[in-house]
Design a protein around this ligand. Sequence first.
Ligand SMILES: *Cc1c(COP(=O)(O)O)cnc(C)c1O
Length: 414
Amino acid sequence: MNALTAFPPLDIPETIAAGPGPGQTDTRVLARFAGAGLADHMQADVLRGMIECKHMLRSLWGTTNTYTFGVAGTGWSGLDAMFCAVQPGDTVVAFVNGTFSGIDGQTLRMKAATADELAANPLDPLAASVVTINVPHGTSVTREVIEAALTEHKPKWAFMAHWETGSGRINDIRALSDACQATGAMGLVDAVSSLGVSDFAIDDYPGIVGWASCPQKGVACLPLTYAPVSFSDRYIDVLKETGARTYAHHPILEARHWAIIDGKDAEKGTYHRTHSGYAVAAFHEALRIALEDGVANRAAEYTRHEAILREAVTVMGCDVTSNMTSLLVLDLPPAFKGREMELVQACRAQGFGIWPTLSEPVQVRIGILNLLSEQTITDIALRFGQALNDLGAQIDLAEIETLLRNRYSEALAA
Ligand SMILES: *Cc1c(COP(=O)(O)O)cnc(C)c1O
């Protein structure tokens, strides 16, 4: 058999990425990605680009943390780097209220498990030193829950997701930071979904020592680039004392290529691993766009568009249980309960990429990452309404269209 006939070139269609992530990549980012020349990871402009990215990231994230840079890969790569300071036997409190914080909790148990605990259940060890506080799906982690757990357990590390993308809930990082300061715990936050969407600054949360985000959600830089991370000096001091069992994801080592050496900004990065000039150029452009938009403006735009889409699906009879501004997590109208997967699959087959929840209960997730215009929000609402009608609903789509048009013209008038 001829390999060329067996494997023709791979065509991937353009879809509407209307899920929790990845978000639509800006055409400017793709142009930079494709327009970069082939240059190695020590070429002067690649190194300069990485240094500029580091400075832009500090500005986007509102921090003077020197150890702020990108970990090559996806959100889990950045989270793995952040969790690597957690040693076997370390005490941890992890707050879990959905799929992603659930996996973060699993990661923490892997890191904190003793050798015997890990051998007993290698993929999901029962680490005695980790306390998992389960908060029901569809609700947020509140100050009361955080204060009670940290006061009782006084752990070395306290973990929470900022925005839990599995259930679409925002958790109280102000309370986590305060409780960490009160009890001496070091806070670790999964900010994968909030960076670039929410208006917050790391330096306003002194109890939190480690932050990890991702390239493809609010930063809108899917061409697999960098997971932003930021660490306070306290985190780095602890890491210096204990070490970590990783080379690639070691925050102190990985930071060197971003010209952060011995706790200071250096003039030039030194080799840690091979970086792609294409990825650096794309990430650089995505950060430029984010700073050009401004965090506060972006956050306000997400809030405005989410409210309009929320109203449209509510009029269609859905019950929205999320409070993130980049994502709606909803229950279908009661008559269609149990048909969530059928609806999602029908939408996905038409290039309308919405998602179900990945853990119980089954709900539908519609995201608007980098889809902030009247035209795309209207398209999303009408496609979703049509999918419900295909299941047998009788939604008047003309009425929905009028509602959206009115809301957008009111917003313009205001
Ligand atoms: C998406 C997401 C992750 C995983 O990110 P990947 O880029 O898929 O590795 C982790 N945590 C949260 C809160 C997320 O939303």
